[in-house]
Design a protein around this ligand. Structure first.
Ligand SMILES: [Zn+2]
Length: 279
C-alpha cells in the first residue's frame, strides 16, 4: 500500500529545502552528490548546539591566562590539578551532551557516500567524542580525546583507555597500572606534537578526496589552515561552513557558506541526497 502521507511529508520537506537553498548551497550540494570521497574538518562550532562551548573568543576557556598557562606542556606535571579541574567537568558535560543535527547530517552523508562505494573521513579538532557517538565510523581525533586518560609516564605499560570518570575539583587520579604516576587526559596540550598516526591518515584521506568541508572552526587554529593547504595541494575543492567569516580569509577556500553548522549541514546533505545540485 502506498504511503501517501510519507510522500507528502517528503515533498514538503524537499520544497522547503529547495526554496531556502541559495545557488551556492545548491552548487556545493551538487559537488557532494557527485563526490565519492569527502573529508570534513570539524571544530568547536559543530558542538555548540550540543551545549559544548568554544575555547576561543569572548568567554572562551583560553581567555583565562592561568588556564592557558596550565595547558602548556612545560607546565606539567604541576598543572595537572588545574587541567583536571577543567577537564573533569568538561567530561561530565560531554557525557550528558547529545549529538546535534550537524553531527547527524554527517552520519547521513557517510551513508550516502558508502552507498556508492565511497567514504567520509572526519578530521576533528574536538575532543568530545560526539562524532563517534552520532555514528560516524572514520573519525581522526587531531587533538586527542577527553574521553580517554593515560599515564603521565610515557614508559608506563598502561595504554590510553576509555575513561568516563570525572574527578572532583582538586583530585588528580593515579595510574591504575604503576600506581605511582598521575593520570592525564589523552589530549594534545599546547607545545605537544599532533599524533603522527592521525596526521598521516588525514593526509592520505585528503589525497583521495574531491571535497573538503571545513566546519565550525576558526582560521586562528593552525591545524585548520594546514589542512586546507594540504587539500589545496591535492586539488581538493574546499568549502568553509562557519557562523561568521574568518578575519583573514584563506586563499585556498573555494566557497564559504555562512550559518550555524546545525542548519547548513542538514540542508546541504538533504539537497545532495535529493540530487538537487547541478548535474
Ligand atoms: Zn602508570
Amino acid at each position: 500500500m502506498t504511503d501517501y502521507n510519507a510522500i507528502d511529508r517528503l515533498t514538503a520537506q524537499l520544497s522547503r529545502a529547495q526554496s531556502g537553498a541559495s545557488e551556492r548551497q545548491a552548487d556545493v550540494a551538487g559537488r557532494l552528490h557527485r563526490a565519492r570521497r569527502v573529508v570534513v574538518l570539524s571544530g568547536a562550532g559543530i558542538s555548540v548546539a550540543s551545549g559544548i562551548g568554544t575555547y576561543r573568543g569572548a568567554g572562551g576557556l583560553w581567555e583565562n591566562p592561568e588556564l592557558l598557562e596550565a595547558h602548556q606542556v612545560e607546565s606539567l606535571p604541576d598543572s595537572l590539578p588545574i587541567i583536571w579541574s577543567v577537564k573533569g567537568p568538561m567530561r561530565a558535560r560531554a557525557l550528558a551532551a547529545r549529538p546535534n543535527p550537524a553531527h547527524m547530517a554527517l552520519v547521513k552523508l557517510e551513508r550516502q557516500l558508502v552507498g556508492r562505494g565511497g567514504s567520509l573521513t572526519i578530521i576533528t579538532q574536538n575532543i568530545d567524542g560526539l562524532h563517534q557517538r552520532a555514528g560516524n565510523t572514520e573519525v581522526l581525533e587531531m587533538h586527542g580525546s577527553m574521553m580517554r586518560s593515560r599515564c603521565y609516564d610515557r614508559m608506563c605499560a598502561l595504554k590510553p583507555f576509555e575513561d568516563t570518570y570525572a574527578p572532583p575539583a582538586g583530585e588528580v587520579p593515579i595510574c591504575p597500572r604503576c600506581q605511582v604516576q598521575p593520570l592525564r587526559p589523552d589530549v594534545v596540550l599546547f607545545g605537544e606534537a599532533l599524533p603522527w598516526s592521525v596526521i598521516s591518515a588525514a593526509e592520505s584521506a585528503l589525497h583521495q578526496a574531491e571535497v573538503l568541508l571545513v566546519v565550525g572552526t576558526s582560521g586562528a587554529v593552525s591545524s585548520a589552515t594546514t589542512t586546507i593547504d594540504s587539500a589545496a595541494a591535492y586539488g581538493v575543492y574546499c568549502v568553509l561552513i562557519n557562523k561568521e567569516p574568518w578575519d583573514h580569509p584563506h586563499p585556498h577556500v573555494n566557497e564559504t557558506l555562512l550559518g550555524p553548522a546545525e542548519e547548513v549541514l542538514p540542508r546541504l546533505v538533504f539537497l545532495a541526497d535529493a540530487q538537487a545540485g547541478p548535474a
